[in-house]
Design a protein around this ligand. Structure first.
Ligand SMILES: [Zn+2]
Length: 293
């Protein structure tokens, strides 16, 4: 997840409001994304300590190597990501994620077919990279979306949710990250609500690395069992929600949430430390909804 550009200031709307999109600033620069698959979602793994201060007043490219970023407001928080280093500049772009999904403005699109899953069973490595708990999968698990095949790379969690629906947060959101090419990713987002115990969490929660670290298991997961029964989705074009915020993601947020118990959601939230990015302006984009059930 790498992208190059530069940019100027940006004004973020209030977290829970979708009313202020029109106020967002219109400054802009566009640029060409250069993606390195090898660094996708790994960039932040390298985060150790900040070395970004020294380059602050120069126009020379500021390397993102070892640049520390955080979900917490502050000098390395979400509003500052775009200025931390050259390759994070996309974080100030106009097609950023997450967004609020306003159901009253969603466009029903009959041509948007339901995803066709070709998932199997996979062993997983559970990795806490300091920003999320991520399940790295193996094998050839793919999904067909908009006529294209995307391969599942990993899934990971955010607490609270990153997307909101009609301004409402959910306690947890999982992102299934798929790749078609270096400039074409599909992320399927699933919301959680409080309810019955989630079998996957029961299996792994006690093993989730609470700090940076990895848990490897020989157990296999039936990947599709992690999805809700109904596969209808909201769709829009957006970005990675963590630096470098590359605008290469086709987002598919499923309309039906899945359940986890309150104790499980609380346990997860305690590990994840509010690792959600604030809502970004939808701008000129539209959110579509799939047909079918
Ligand atoms: Zn995510």
């Amino acid at each position: 997840m790498i992208r190059l550009e530069k940019l100027s200031t940006s004004i973020f709307p209030p977290l829970t409001s979708n009313l202020n999109y029109k106020q967002m600033n219109k400054t802009k620069l566009f640029f060409v994304a250069i993606i390195s698959a090898a660094t996708l979602f790994v960039a932040c793994d390298n985060a150790t300590n900040n070395n970004n201060n020294e380059a602050k007043d120069t126009k020379a490219p500021k390397s993102c190597d070892n640049v520390h970023w955080s979900h917490k407001p502050g000098t390395d928080g979400p509003k500052q990501w775009k200025d931390l280093c050259t390759d994070f500049a996309a974080c100030g772009g106009e097609m950023q994620s997450p967004v609020n999904i306003d159901k009253s403005t969603v466009v029903a699109e009959a041509a948007l077919a339901l995803p066709q899953f070709h998932y199997g069973n996979s062993t997983v490595d559970v990795v806490n990279n300091g920003h999320t708990v991520q399940f790295n999968v193996n094998g050839d698990n793919t999904v067909e979306l908009e006529g294209k095949k995307y391969k599942l790379l990993q899934f990971h969690y955010h607490a609270k949710s990153e997307h909101t629906i009609d301004g409402q947060y959910y306690p947890l959101e999982v992102h299934f990250v798929h790749k078609h090419s270096d400039t074409d990713f599909a992320v399927l987002g699933i919301m959680f609500v409080e309810g019955k115990e989630n079998p996957l969490f029961t299996k792994y929660l006690n093993h989730f690395p609470k700090k940076k670290g990895k848990f490897t298991s020989d157990d296999t997961i039936d990947l599709l069992s992690l999805f809700p029964e109904q596969k209808t989705f909201y769709h829009y074009d957006g970005s990675l929600t963590t630096p470098p915020c590359s605008e290469v993601v086709n987002w598919f947020v499923l309309t039906q949430p899945v359940e986890a118990s309150k104790a499980q959601l609380d346990a997860f939230a305690a590990i994840l430390h509010s690792n959600y990015r604030p809502i970004m302006p939808l701008g000129k984009r539209k959110v579509y909804m799939s047909a079918g059930k």
